[in-house]
Design a protein around this ligand. Structure first.
Ligand SMILES: Nc1ncnc2c1ncn2[C@@H]1O[C@H](COP(=O)(O)OP(=O)(O)OP(=O)(O)O)[C@@H](O)[C@H]1O
Length: 253
């Protein structure tokens, strides 16, 4: 369970302080996916950075399974926009990196790694370096690394944004299938409404700067087969898009 209570993040720039996030309250049950969406600059990345332990200066409380968030004590997977792969390490070494750093290689690691390679369509690419992979393949390596670590919390900051539309849909599908097997608590930031509806069991809509939680949607379409072809999928994405547009307009006033 991830719990955020009264979270406020204040930045200082050119001698002035301003709130990037204001009084955020959120709860995410273990083993669910939550997608955060909202206008540019509303503090989505800042929220992820707090949960990743990168931003430590904040007001309020953030706990993972009842303990204050702490990447040294908890396993927190973070996939940044550029995937975070080390260019001098091959696919196999990059995937192992997370468990190696956390000193968590055990008897089952090899078997889990082999099955992740298969699930994510990476078998045969183990010895390649990131520069020898497509964007979609690099993204899948980053996912394999995170799932191998079995994190208490997986954070993804616009993880599929650099991919072309078709590859993006394919990787979203691969992600969801892999996630189903491992049921890892995941929080994902996106700008794309379709992605939010496809991947978010919960969808958190944030309002424009300073970022606040505007609405939390219990997504009735999450996990529904062939959902992208359904009329109600189209209608929900349309409604969300409209809501975010209005928030942008209100924020710009
Ligand atoms: N290190 C920093 N110092 C000062 N201000 C910052 C810092 N990082 C972010 N900000 C500001 O805080 C606000 C929130 O930024 P953040 O990157 O969290 O938003 P975002 O919703 O992720 O944006 P985008 O959707 O454009 O990626 C913005 O106004 C940004 O300019």
């Amino acid at each position: 369970m991830i719990q955020i209570k009264d979270l406020t993040v204040t930045y200082e720039s050119q001698g002035e302080c301003y709130e990037a996030l204001q009084q955020i309250n959120l709860e995410l049950p273990a083993g669910e996916t939550c997608v955060i969406i909202g206008p540019s600059g509303c503090g989505k990345s800042s929220l992820l950075k707090v949960m990743a332990g990168i931003i430590r200066d904040f007001a309020g409380t953030v706990t993972v399974n009842g303990q204050p968030v702490n990447p040294e004590r908890q396993r927190i997977g973070f996939i940044p926009q550029n995937y975070g792969l080390l260019p001098w390490k091959n696919v196999y070494e990059n995937i192992l990196l997370g468990v190696k750093i956390k000193n968590q290689i055990n008897a089952a690691t090899g078997e889990t790694l082999t099955s992740l390679l298969e699930q994510l369509g990476l078998t045969g690419l183990e010895n390649r370096y990131p520069a020898e992979l497509s964007g979609g393949q690099q993204q899948r390596v980053a996912l394999a690394r995170s799932f191998l670590l079995k994190p208490d919390l997986l954070l993804m900051d616009e993880p599929f944004s650099a991919l072309d539309a078709l590859t993006r849909e394919e990787i979203q599908h691969v992600f969801l299938n892999t996630w189903r097997e491992h049921a890892i608590s995941t929080i994902l930031v996106t700008h794309q409404v379709e992605e939010a509806v496809y991947l978010g069991r919960r969808i958190v809509i944030m309002s424009a700067s300073p970022g606040m939680v505007s609405q939390i949607i219990d997504n009735p379409l999450f996990g529904v087969e062939d959902v992208r072809r359904r009329q109600d999928f189209f209608e929900l994405t349309l409604a969300l898009r409209q809501q975010i547009k209005e928030m942008k307009r209100n924020g710009a006033k």
